[in-house]
Design a protein around this ligand. Structure first.
Ligand code: ZN
Length: 419
């Protein structure tokens, strides 16, 4: 079964799969037919879906296994690509749909002498109990006690259970566990939702986009123990950890500039006045003194109580020095944030400026101050445009810029046979 027209553009294909070509195609059937009647359709659909995702991610290459399929079919907030499998959705769709439309059913059938539970529904409930043994589904057997948002309740319960059991089910290594935690970070997966628009910098080449997907789905990309083609100092590892940390250009600075430019553009389009690389006469490193005066990455005019704000960007990799135990997702970005505050907040305050650290990690997680800043920018946009459309697109755009910078770093070190 072929789900997708071949566009040769993984970014578009992924969007299409999520919005209309994926499980959405099958939803009506899943909601209205008893689960056991859908079994054949479900497995054929999932075979096709898995094949389509595999084509998008590895384009015929190896290493797309059960773990990658499992990750891809998780919701985005749980670190997945949001490409739901029919089997997962089929576990709850029928029950949820029935529970949701109880009143309507009663109304339509009011003169038909049909009341209470029918065997179809009861059977479906029993099946659901097998998929979710820990969830108390007693409430679903009565219309007065059924939860008001059954679909959401059941989907949350099912996917949380799958995500919690992932480490054990796939015997994940410490690195894999850490990557999975990072993918679940705040706003980390939002770049997946952006629509490719060249003028907004929201396009990647097929190689770049695939590389990012492989990095996140933990697919080996590099020959191990070969010298890094850029710095020629260190050895490559198969998952690209060196490629992320390699100090030679295009490296850290590159990514940083890219994100700054996109952030500047977001502010400009929001009608917020700001200047890139603005010289200010007080941003120094206290350890180095005035000799290392440096500009603010972005100077935002009249941001808080009429004061100008110095926005300082910093990107970190959360997997540096990864140890066996005790990994905390998001900690690297939060540490970078507080370090920046220690360094610059006092000098800014003394000079009547607000200091805003903008820390993010390579997986696209943002530290709290960065989230606050972007949330406020988003509010400004909403109040100016009065459009509820594109909720959170600011986060998607910024996240995409982070991933695009990372893609450049990873691709620059790919062996040419893989490109
Ligand atoms: Zn290197």
């Amino acid at each position: 079964m072929k789900l997708l027209p071949c566009l040769r553009d993984p970014q578009c294909e992924l969007l299409l799969l999520r919005s209309c070509m994926g499980v959405a195609k099958l939803l009506f059937g899943l909601r209205t037919c008893q689960p056991h009647l859908m079994e054949d359709a479900v497995s054929r659909f999932d075979d096709g879906l898995r094949k389509a995702i595999e084509d998008i991610v590895v384009g015929g290459g190896p290493f797309f296994g059960d773990l990658q399929w499992r990750l891809a079919s998780l919701p985005m907030r749980l670190g997945g690509l949001g490409l739901f499998s029919a089997r997962d959705v089929g576990a709850y769709a029928f029950v949820a749909s029935r529970a949701q439309s109880w009143e309507l059913q009663d109304h339509i059938l009011r003169n038909g002498g049909v009341a209470g539970l029918d065997p179809d529904y009861q059977q479906a409930l029993e099946r659901l109990n097998v998929s979710l043994p820990d969830l108390d589904i007693g409430g679903f057997s009565n219309k007065d006690t059924a939860p008001s948002k059954p679909q959401k309740t059941l989907a949350n319960a099912l996917f949380s259970k799958i995500a919690q059991g992932l480490g054990e089910a796939f015997d994940l290594s410490p690195r894999q566990k850490a990557v999975f935690e990072c993918l679940k970070g705040p706003h980390a997966q939002e770049f997946l939702t952006v629509i490719p628009i060249e003028g907004l910098g929201q396009c990647m080449s097929a190689v770049e986009y695939r590389t990012i997907l492989k990095y996140r789905l933990m697919i080996p990309m590099y020959p191990e123990d070969e010298t890094c083609p850029i710095c020629r100092k260190a050895c490559m590892d198969k998952y690209g950890e060196h490629a992320v940390h390699c100090k030679e250009l295009p490296g850290f600075k590159y990514r940083h500039d890219w994100v700054r430019d996109v952030l500047g553009d977001i502010l400009r389009r929001a009608g917020i006045s700001a200047k890139k690389e603005a010289p200010v006469n007080f941003l120094t490193d206290p350890m180095e003194g005035r000799s290392t005066l440096r500009p603010a990455d972005l100077l935002v005019f009249g941001w808080a109580g009429g004061k100008h704000a110095c926005v300082d960007l910093t990107g970190v990799s959360p997997l540096v020095g990864l140890r066996e135990n005790g990994f905390v997702a998001g900690l690297a970005a939060r540490k970078a944030e507080s370090k920046k505050v220690d360094k610059h907040a006092k000098a800014c305050a003394e000079n009547q400026h607000v200091f805003i650290p903008f820390a993010f990690d390579t997986f696209g997680s943002l530290a709290p101050e960065a989230i606050n800043f972007l949330t406020r920018v988003q509010q400004v946009i909403h109040s100016n445009c009065l459009t509820p459309r594109g909720q959170g697109f600011v986060f998607g755009r910024l996240g995409f810029a982070i991933q695009k910078g990372l893609a450049a770093q990873l691709v620059a070190r790919l062996p040419s046979v893989l490109m």
